[in-house]
Design a protein around this ligand. Structure first.
Ligand code: 5RP
Length: 229
């Protein structure tokens, strides 16, 4: 963005999020049902989708909040069970590496996000530049847990080197709790994701490494960078 004199104006984080949301529209085929993520970047994407809603058959939402926003724009929200395989899922991330492994779930919607991502041919991740990291783990890793398993999972997470903290006042769309795990340096995201999946009582963990993103649209001051593997 340039000002009157041609100097680059400081872009805000919201400007960067809006820019990647706009760029993601190019990945949405005409006449499709699109998978839609959750969070502030996904909200910008939903607002962009509203401009092309006449070309869409509908959207599958990864949270009640996104479903409400889509409906507010007059976009039909379709259940994943009725939609079949989706051509594309667009969502943000809390952290992402150049291998397109992610930590997600800052907004608490990780389980539905992982389901919709798994049911989609392509995952387009939309992030501002602050989300790109070399090693995952600085952002606390969310784990959605069945309430009765809270203490057991917390003890197991400590054995894995993490410091779990209950997300106060949070009940997920699925009626569960979230443990945010601090202090991890996740050098092997696929292995950790698998190990956490095997703990009884874990519904989902916020590592998206086994099924990472296919494309990262990264909002930088110099424009939107496209990163693929
Ligand atoms: C919600 C998520 C979001 O994608 C993640 O928290 C990023 O959100 P934002 O776009 O607001 O930074 O995983 O569960």
């Amino acid at each position: 963005m340039n000002d009157y004199w041609g100097f680059k104006m400081a872009m805000t984080q919201d400007d960067l999020k809006r820019a990647v949301a706009q760029a993601a529209i190019a990945y949405v085929p005409a006449d499709c049902i699109v998978g839609v993520g959750t969070g502030s970047t996904a909200n910008f994407f939903i607002d962009e989708l509203a401009r092309i809603k006449h070309k869409l058959r509908g959207a599958v939402a990864s949270s009640e909040a996104s479903a409400k926003r889509l409906q507010g724009h007059g976009i039909e929200v379709v259940s994943l069970n009725d939609a079949g395989e989706l051509p594309v899922y667009v969502d943000g991330a809390d952290e992402i590496t150049r291998h397109l492994h992610m930590v997600k779930g800052g907004g608490g919607a990780l389980t539905r996000e992982k389901i919709v991502a798994a049911a989609s041919k392509k995952f387009v991740c939309v992030c501002d530049a602050s989300k790109l990291v070399d090693v995952l783990g600085k952002f606390p890793l969310p784990i959605e847990v069945i309430p009765m398993a809270r203490s057991y999972i917390a003890r197991e997470v400590v054995k894995l080197g993490g410091h779990p903290k209950l997300r106060e006042g949070c009940t997920t769309d699925n009626g569960n709790i979230i443990l945010d795990v601090h202090g991890l340096q996740i050098l092997n995201p696929v292995e950790l994701e698998t190990a956490l999946n095997h703990l009884p009582g874990v519904v989902t963990n916020g590592l998206f490494a086994r099924r990472g993103a296919d494309v990262l649209l990264l909002g930088t001051r110099d424009g939107v960078q496209t990163i693929t593997l």
